[in-house]
Design a protein around this ligand. Structure first.
Ligand code: T6T
Length: 330
């Protein structure tokens, strides 16, 4: 990666971040679905999966804000990122009777009915990170603009490969709104802005670094001239460098990953990946707790709140502006 190029990305990332913040200060007035005007004593967060630095960072933000506001707070998450595993966790949380549930639905359709049980129990529902296709039952949605995140990944990749060559996106099986939208944003941006970049068919691993590594190996075997891999989440981000390294292709293949959890930040610093598109999960947690409390006071909250994104490279990873985008638990 040329030094000439790095400041450009850092600058453009800051521009993107600023634009995202400015664009996302939308307040849409009374939100759909809010039906609990009881003063909030307790808020519960249901994460997408246990042992995830990303959801641990949302938990950290929510916990910190709940403590500041003096309300009870609980966190639970399923063992796997799967609606079949998340539904019983949600049912148990509903039974505990919080006034609001913050949840990252693990499937944009399959979690609709289980989450409706919370609305039926007069519990306000706020999604964080992932979304549902139908927002009927929701009081608010707090998440990154994942289509824009995919687009930022495309811009970052184009800068890394000099605007030409073959690239591929690696995602999870369709169904999670965030991963699906990142792929959409990446592919659309490449088609709209980079005529000399060929986007191969998206590959789908299944929530594992090993599955990702074998997909990358297959793509490289069929396309030895591959120039770039865009990995849309932590599993693919951990697996892509393994697949590229196993094919002895690191010198010719650039890797853009998503999510600045410790393993990705370390990979960036040691040169196993070239850039990270990161989110601000701490802010998601803080905002969702604030909205839950506001709803309990009968106040309007935004129907949708977009939190920031940042393109991180070796050049800016230690800068103060990037610090909020490095995932921390607490
Ligand atoms: O990329 C994040 C999150 O936004 C996505 O919905 C699921 O995977 C992560 O949690 C990364 O592990």
């Amino acid at each position: 990666m040329s030094h000439r190029w790095r400041p450009i990305i850092a600058t453009s990332a800051l521009v993107v971040f600023a634009l995202a913040s400015a664009a996302c200060s939308n307040s849409a007035g009374p939100a759909a679905g809010g039906n609990s005007n009881q003063a909030v004593q307790s808020v519960a967060l249901v994460g997408g999966v246990k042992d995830s630095p990303f959801y641990a960072a949302i938990d950290c933000g929510a916990k910190t804000e709940a403590k500041k506001l003096g309300i009870q707070y609980t966190y639970a998450a399923p063992g796997t990122f799967d609606p079949a595993a998340q539904q019983p966790v949600l049912s148990s949380v509903i039974a505990s009777g919080p006034q609001a549930i913050l949840i990252a639905p693990t499937d944009r359709v399959a979690m609709q009915a289980p989450m409706h049980q919370a609305k039926a129990a007069n519990i306000n529902l706020i999604t964080v990170d992932t979304a549902l296709d139908s927002t009927t039952d929701l009081s608010s949605e707090v998440n990154s603009d994942n289509v824009a995140g995919g687009g930022l990944g495309a811009d970052t990749m184009a800068g890394l490969i000099g605007g030409k060559g073959k690239v591929v996106a690696i995602s999870e099986p369709p169904g999670s709104s965030t991963d699906d939208q990142r792929v959409e944003g990446f592919v659309n941006q490449m088609k709209a802005k980079y005529p000399d970049i060929t986007v191969l068919d998206t590959q789908f691993a299944d929530h594992s670094a090993q599955a990702t590594a074998s997909k990358v190996a297959s793509v490289l075997a069929a396309n030895p001239d591959l120039k770039g891999v865009f990995a849309v989440d932590n599993f693919t981000g951990d697996g892509a460098p393994i697949g590229v390294r196993n094919a002895n292709a690191r010198a010719s293949v650039k890797i853009v990953a998503f999510d600045a959890q410790p393993s990705q930040v370390e990979a960036l610093k040691v040169g196993d990946i070239d850039a990270i598109i990161s989110q601000n999960p701490f802010d998601m947690g803080v905002l969702a707790v604030d909205y839950a409390v506001d709803l309990g006071k009968g106040q309007a909250v935004p129907a949708k709140k977009i939190t920031g994104l940042m393109a991180i490279t070796k050049d800016n990873v230690d800068s103060p502006a990037v610090a909020p985008y490095i995932y921390k638990s607490c």
